[in-house]
Design a protein around this ligand. Structure first.
Ligand SMILES: [Zn+2]
Length: 542
């Protein structure tokens, strides 16, 4: 950069009448080797780059250098900032649109360091505060009118930029504080973006003329039969948001209308729960190996793959929806060639780092890459089926890729678990997060469409701790999981230990049909070199 290079800072009018001298001082003393001019009218600006700031903005120390830098390093025409509130929550980190052209401030209310907000990204639209634009581009599209509604003006500006094919770069390193704002997330609410935000975001389109757009998904088409068994005896249960939930009296399935899942890749980036899981892998793996974890959830799957690894030379295992990859790691540890399909690119990256010899793809659809084996000794999937738009396609896919005699391990939440049957189902089990709810007979119904050598569907053992797991996260009874900003901490909860023994006894009389998780263990028909049935009979289920 040469020192003759001029950057214009346009201070926009804001609701708070504030002297902006301190912004000016802050920027003048920034260590940059270009010149600055300040104005309140973009038409009077002379700089090659024009930057908008509001008088309530407090740029971080290196904001100026960061916002200008991309212009020298690429052919970018516009660069936007990350704007955070006094509690370090995101106010603006890019704008996306739904089909009605409603703008959404993506990531608003989430921590300043959420993955999605820490990447350089191209958006259709960025907010005007902290926006930098080349002056010739600004002139070319007719300027920026500061005397009008600035929100409408920025939409118009971005629309014109998109039409001209000019790229808008979101710069996570250009950070501005706004002390006058506080963004709050409602507690206990799942934050999803409407599916179509993602569509518009990914297609790099921006629409500002509402009359041109028809909202096609507004009305749910009435459902006449069960999506699983085609039976017409279905009844409407309730509406949750734009979803209606029905129950089939034949197979017992509860399903959503529409059967439309959110974008889980994005969810992985924004949902705190998923993020903390990535950051706390070692702790999670320890918990996962605890034989009491979720009533022994993983004990039998682990026993099965240990057995399979002894019975086969070079066994392979595919996990669909492997998440943090805890079970994949077990399989790898036992000598399996491991393969994984997962919707989250973050999870895929994590798995690649942890299991160098494994093969993983990020995909929403069921397909096996060409260079993978076509059939597997074991296919496992934990709590995935209930998220899917096409449950039958999923089981078809699994069955067709099992070797003859191969093993399916399939686990999902039980609709008849005590906590849900006699209490709150919990937001985690609602659409769009879960599109279907399954009881034992439902899972048996879908599995019985296929010729198995052996199949068993059972619930995990009903346990005391389910009382404390209304949100769906079940833990060993003497352990409480506290999730603070960065750490997952295990604490012993002595007071409930006494009660635990009492309730353990009480619940031990309940059948497994009321357990928290349904588990299916199946062996595909065909050439068998060991018998899963015999093996499971030797495992003490109680
Ligand atoms: Zn049905």
């Amino acid at each position: 950069m040469d020192s003759k290079f001029l950057v214009s800072i346009v201070i926009l009018p804001s609701l708070v009448d504030k002297d902006y001298r301190y912004i000016k001082d802050r920027l003048i003393y920034s260590e940059v080797d270009f010149e600055l001019e300040f104005t309140d009218d973009p038409r009077k600006s002379n700089g090659e780059i024009v930057i908008f700031l509001s008088s309530v903005d407090l740029p971080e120390r290196d904001w100026l250098i960061n916002i200008v830098k991309p212009f020298f390093e690429s052919d970018v025409g516009v660069v936007g900032s990350k704007i955070i509130d006094k509690n370090e929550k995101i106010i603006h980190a890019g704008i996306v649109f739904d089909k009605d052209s409603n703008p959404y401030f993506i990531y608003s209310g989430l921590d300043r360091n959420f993955y999605g907000t820490n990447k350089y990204r191209y958006f259709n639209c960025l907010y005007y505060e902290g926006l930098a634009i080349k002056r010739n581009i600004l002139q070319d599209i007719g300027g920026f009118n500061v005397e009008t509604d600035l929100s409408a003006e920025i939409l118009k500006l971005c629309y014109l930029l998109n039409q001209k094919g000019i790229r808008l770069l979101y710069n996570p390193k250009a950070i501005i504080y706004r002390e006058d704002r506080e963004i709050k997330l409602e507690k206990n609410k799942m934050y999803y973006f409407p599916q179509d935000d993602i569509l518009f975001y990914q297609q790099d389109t921006v629409q500002v003329d509402r009359s041109l757009i028809v909202r096609s998904y507004n009305i749910n088409l009435p459902i006449k039969k069960c999506i699983l068994c085609n039976n017409v005896n279905i009844s409407f249960i309730e509406s949750i948001g734009e979803y209606d939930i029905y129950k089939c009296s034949n197979c017992g399935l509860e399903f959503s209308n529409p059967m439309k899942a959110p974008n889980y890749n994005l969810l992985w980036e924004i949902a705190e729960d998923y993020r903390h899981r990535v950051d706390n892998w070692d702790n999670l793996y320890k918990i996962h190996k605890d034989p009491n974890y979720i009533e022994g959830y993983f004990s039998i799957p682990l026993e099965i793959i240990r057995f399979v690894s002894r019975m086969n030379e070079n066994p392979n295992l595919l996990e669909i929806g492997f998440g943090e990859g805890l079970f994949l790691y077990d399989a790898y540890d036992l000598g399996f060639d491991v393969y994984g399909i997962e919707v989250s690119s973050i999870a895929v990256e994590l798995a690649k780092k942890r299991i160098l010899s494994g093969k993983f793809i990020c995909s929403r659809s069921f397909e096996i890459p060409l260079d993978w084996p076509k059939e597997f000794d074991v296919i496992a999937s934990f709590e995935v089926l209930e998220h899917l738009e096409d449950p039958i396609g999923f089981i078809d896919f699994i069955y067709s890729h099992l070797k003859p005699g191969g093993i399916l391990i399939l686990c999902l939440p039980n609709r008849n678990r005590i906590g849900a049957k006699h209490g709150n189902i919990g937001i985690m089990d609602n659409p769009p997060h879960h599109l279907t709810r399954w009881e034992r007979r439902t899972l048996e119904y879908i599995l019985d469409k296929y010729p198995w050598h052996f199949r068993r569907v059972t619930g995990t053992k009903p346990h005391f701790n389910i009382i404390f797991s209304s949100e769906g996260l079940s833990l060993p009874p003497n352990i409480i999981l506290t999730i603070d900003n960065k750490n997952i901490e295990l604490k012993s909860f002595d007071i409930i230990k006494l009660w635990r023994n009492f309730f353990d006894k009480l619940f031990s009389y309940l059948p497994r049909d009321y357990g928290r998780i349904l588990q299916a263990f199946c062996q595909k028909a065909g050439k068998i070199n060991f018998d899963l049935k015999e093996f499971l009979e030797n495992i003490n289920l109680e």
